[in-house]
Design a protein. Structure first.
Length: 410
């Protein structure tokens, strides 16, 4: 196969064949074989070695995932995966001792999150709650005047049942909850909010929103400009997601015992309260941050990659607020994530390693229909563990020493 790979690669280079057309040109070869040829072309053109990338790719079934999860594959990459836990959760959906897989190359992250898990478990666990569960898409329409914009808003309000019927015709799993219009001159943004079942739901709501947009164009003077008008707001930090929510709006809270604070976390409750006020609240506000937290994105990104979530949605999923109080020497600690966008079906969740790792969260022992909420609560609990540990490390001045020990190559 090596000689054939080189031969095919040389012919493709000589004919200046685009990489995405190799499958059509080379009859009888499967997607994995073509991926090796594609990688070999790149090696020849760029004078690089992709041996590790090709080796990892050989373990993947590209015939199954090309067109669904990837295009133009050349192989694969690996990341180390650690686990934090057990994390004891008492949630509105999630319940019991679970583990959170974290795919990361940042030393100290897993250990820090694990320390938070130990502290919260020793203090009785973490309480989690789903506040809201709606995925959004917001097409933007143009009209000829503000008067026409107001007319469109009235039409949407008066015909919400008709709009819901149109959306329902595109999916068995999603249901339109609301349609809110925002007017800027002759532009009308219609923010559509859907429940999406076990899926994160971005594809689902996009298809449903397209049908709604067609209905609006058929019955009004409005013209669709873009199916996504950025009022959604997808893969971008935005106040609208913090205020109205997107995906799973979820909270996690714990009351840390004073003995645990002293013996495990090496701090007092007042120390942590002061760090949260001066760092997360004042520092974030002064810097113009849309959030008030220390490092939600660390845990969100690592858990998303490990469990096949849309990594780009770490942007809005890691928006959130840490609130801390001293309660007679005990520490009340909470995190609120208004736009955590996760699912247990679709996208990368269909890949075998990601599904296996998702099982560590206990999600598959939950009844179908509630699994996406279970996953959201476990991730929120993990965020609390990581946030608690970091703030305590800052309060006790242990941050630098921890990274010297765990995060620096020896």
């Amino acid at each position: 196969m090596v000689d054939e790979t080189d031969s095919y690669a040389k012919k493709a280079i000589q004919s200046d064949l685009p990489l995405h057309k190799l499958v059509k040109l080379i009859d009888g070869l499967d997607e994995n074989s073509v991926s090796k040829i594609r990688a070999r072309i790149l090696e020849m053109r760029m004078n690089v070695d992709l041996s590790s990338v090709k080796e990892l790719g050989s373990k993947m079934n590209f015939a199954k995932i090309v067109g669904k999860n990837i295009e133009n594959p050349v192989g694969g990459v690996s990341l180390p995966v650690g686990v934090a836990g057990p994390i004891l959760i008492h949630g509105s959906v999630a319940d019991g001792s679970v583990y959170l897989p974290l795919a990361t190359t940042e030393g100290a992250l897993v250990a820090s999150t694990n320390r938070g898990a130990s502290a919260t478990t020793a203090s009785g666990g973490i309480t989690t709650s789903i506040i809201k569960d709606e995925m959004t898409r917001a097409p933007v329409f143009k009209v000829s005047s503000v008067g026409k914009a107001l007319a469109l808003r009235r039409w949407v309000a008066e015909n919400l049942s008709l709009i819901k019927e149109a959306a329902a015709a595109t999916t068995k799993h999603g249901q339109l909850q609301s349609a809110d219009c925002y007017i800027v001159g002759t532009n009308v943004f219609v923010r559509l909010s859907f429940t999406t079942g076990e899926a994160m739901g971005m594809n689902m709501v996009t298809i449903a929103s397209e049908r709604v947009a067609q209905l609006i164009e058929e019955n009004t003077d409005a013209k669709l400009v873009a199916l996504s008008g950025n009022m959604c707001s997808d893969k971008k930090a935005a106040y609208i997601n913090s205020i109205l929510g997107r995906g799973k709006s979820v909270s996690a809270e714990a009351l840390i015992d004073s003995k645990v604070l002293k013996e495990v976390l090496k701090v007092s409750s007042s120390d942590v309260v002061e760090v949260n006020i001066r760092k997360n609240m004042l520092g974030s506000s002064f810097a113009g941050s849309l959030s008030q937290n220390a490092h939600y994105a660390n845990i969100i990104a690592a858990s998303f990659i490990a469990m096949g979530q849309d990594a780009a949605q770490v942007v809005e999923s890691s928006q959130g607020y840490t609130f801390v109080e001293d309660r007679n020497g005990k520490l009340y600690f909470s995190v609120t994530l208004p736009s955590l966008e996760v699912g247990v079906v679709g996208g990368g969740t269909s890949l075998a390693p990601q599904r296996e790792l998702m099982g560590l969260t206990g999600v598959y022992r939950c009844q179908e229909g509630k699994r996406a909420k279970w996953l959201a609560e476990v991730i929120a609990a993990g965020v609390l563990c990581g946030e608690l540990s970091l703030l305590c490390a800052l309060a006790s001045n242990q941050l630098a020493s921890s990274h010297k020990k765990l995060g620096r190559a020896q």
